[in-house]
Design a protein around this ligand. Structure first.
Ligand code: PMP
Length: 286
């Protein structure tokens, strides 16, 4: 089956989807997006993704073009039209097409796009041995809680990891851990799970919330607080989390082993619990 996408009211083959060059998404990166994993053709945590979409839209003053029920219906239709039991649903809303001017157009019609890709989660080798990450100074803007399509900062930072043969670039701002170029970051020290708090410097990750929910339910020792760069470099374990990476151990940071250089005990526990959690949710969809 050819990839089917949704654009402004219609489903079509990916090759046929076109937007005008004056779309503000193209000209200014003026839009927001979501990536929702679907397991067994069921979106995972859809309500939470839609809540974050609303937060992002509010953050850049675009009216939500659809109700949650409409978004969910659209996602279900797109999933049905594409191959694969596990899919990654990408949706994007931009401020639409207008004569180029930084200020917002008076009358605007949002551009709405949705596509599906195969969901690629970490390989068994990555789960078993962990991944490598590098570090960089977080030079992005101060509205990182908005899931903006203006991803140039994230792209430059992620490319630094790619150039180094690493999976992620972990970021520090003013000596504090924020997140990574496309994931949230957790640190384990002396058996305590440390999580940087949600604020304007990080994306409020849906997976971050799931991990904290599991950690609280299973009585992990958890501290949600600022984590220093020094603590991160001295961590027993580092995890990165995202909808596609799920929970992944970072075992090498800037070429040095994290802890003993293998995925830690708490990671292995959390990884197993996360997989169980997913399966349970899929068995009884909300
Ligand atoms: N931070 C950034 C910068 C991201 O791009 C992502 C992935 N979209 C995340 C965190 C993780 O968010 P989620 O768990 O919702 O995928």
């Amino acid at each position: 089956m050819a990839d089917t996408v949704y654009l402004n009211g219609a489903f079509m083959p990916l090759e046929d989807a076109r937007i005008p060059v004056l779309d503000r998404g193209f000209i200014f990166g003026d839009g927001v997006y979501e990536v929702v994993p679907a397991y067994s053709r069921t979106p995972f945590r859809m309500a939470e993704h839609l809540r974050r979409l609303q937060h992002s839209l509010d953050g850049i003053r675009i009216a939500n073009p659809m109700s949650d029920a409409e978004w969910s219906k659209l996602a279900a239709e797109l999933i049905a039209k594409n191959d694969g039991e596990d899919q990654s649903i990408y949706l994007q809303v931009t401020r639409g097409v207008a004569k180029r001017d930084h200020a917002f157009p008076k009358d605007m019609k949002q551009t709405v796009f949705m596509m599906s890709s195969p969901l690629t989660t970490p390989s068994q080798a990555q789960i078993d041995h962990g991944a490598s990450a590098i570090t960089a100074s977080d030079f992005r803007w101060l509205k990182c809680d908005v899931k903006s399509v203006s991803l140039l900062g994230n792209c430059l930072l992620r490319q630094m990891a790619a150039d180094a043969g690493a999976v992620e670039t972990i970021l520090f701002r003013d000596g504090k851990l924020t997140e990574a170029s496309a994931s949230n970051v957790f640190v384990v020290k002396n058996g305590v799970l440390l999580a940087p708090p949600k604020n304007n410097l990080v994306l409020p990750g849906i997976t971050y919330d799931v991990v904290l929910e599991i950690a609280h339910a299973r009585e992990f020792e958890v501290e949600v607080r600022e984590v220093s760069e020094a603590e991160t470099r001295d961590a027993d374990e580092i995890w990165v989390t995202s909808s596609t990476k799920e929970v992944l151990a970072v075992t090498t940071l800037d070429g040095k082993p994290v802890g003993d250089g293998a995925p830690g005990m708490l990671f292995r526990r959390m990884h197993a619990l996360y997989q169980d959690f997913k399966r349970d949710v899929m068995r009884k969809p909300a």
